[in-house]
Design a protein around this ligand. Structure first.
Ligand code: ATP
Ligand code: MG
Length: 233
């Protein structure tokens, strides 16, 4: 059925340990529809871990099932593959494989048209970079190809997310970590409006993003210490 304006996702007493020490403990929240959710907290507080649990790439330690519910439904291991089909994920260091830029952008949607790939690339702010390249979108990158910067990799990942609008849960992990402040602001102006009909969950330690969020989860040492509308925090 997918994620709709009426969907909700709840974490119920979520615990997670990589090793003996608890990394996340007793996380509880409920988020709805097309909310823009910020996860903030210092380095090591557990933001990336929480995103990975939400995406189902890590399993919580306190339950065999994912202790998440979507609407009234538990997202268990069977439902997980289906759940992941609705998710676009932009990690701190996006995955770039050996292939052309176009192929990398079409990662979630290999049958996309060149015109659609081009539009996504433009929206993600890749135009300047592409015009510098003789082969443009056909330029080979990744292993055996041209090297690209962290910021370029993040824009390619953003274009990927833009191309497949059916995936309307967007998980972003410090998507602007490799960008300078000016480029970051530029991207901020263009990015959020493009994901109006998405649940966006955005992990960052840059607090200025919080003013653009509807709901904020504040992490500290693996605990969710505050949550709510940013103007009330
Ligand atoms: P940052 O802002 O630096 O990205 P973060 O808030 O995303 O930090 P996490 O990456 O979720 O934090 O890490 C939370 C804790 O878990 C940290 O103490 C970290 O050292 C630990 N940790 C992260 N990944 C692993 C791993 N693969 N194995 C063991 N411990 C890990
Ligand atoms: Mg992180």
């Amino acid at each position: 059925a997918g994620w709709t304006a009426n969907s909700s996702l709840a974490a119920n007493h979520l615990d997670f340990d990589y090793e003996k020490e608890p990394t996340l403990s007793d996380i509880n929240f409920k988020i709805h529809g097309y909310t823009k959710v910020g996860i903030v907290g210092r380095s090591g507080s557990g933001k990336s871990t929480l995103l990975n649990l939400i995406g189902g790439w890590l399993q919580p330690t306190n339950a065999k099932e994912l202790p998440f519910t979507v609407g009234n439904q538990k997202v268990d291991s069977l439902a997980q593959a289906e759940w992941q089909q609705h998710i676009s994920y932009i990690p701190q260091d996006p995955y770039i494989f050996s292939g052309s830029i176009a192929e990398n952008i079409a990662f979630y949607k290999p049958d996309a048209s060149i015109a659609a790939i081009k539009t996504a690339a433009e929206k993600a702010g890749l135009t300047n970079f592409l015009t510098e390249l003789k082969a443009g979108l056909d330029t080979k990158i990744g292993e055996g190809g041209r090297g690209i910067s962290g910021g370029q990799a993040q824009r390619i990942a953003l274009a990927r997310a833009l191309l497949d609008q059916k995936r309307n849960i967007l998980l972003l992990d410090e998507p602007t970590a490799h960008l300078d402040i000016e480029t970051e602001y530029e991207l901020k102006q263009t990015m959020l409006p493009l994901f109006k009909n998405h649940l966006v969950i955005f992990a960052t330690h840059r607090l200025h993003w919080m003013n653009d969020m509807d709901y904020v989860l504040v992490m500290e040492n693996g605990k969710l210490v505050e949550q709510g509308n940013p103007t009330n925090l």
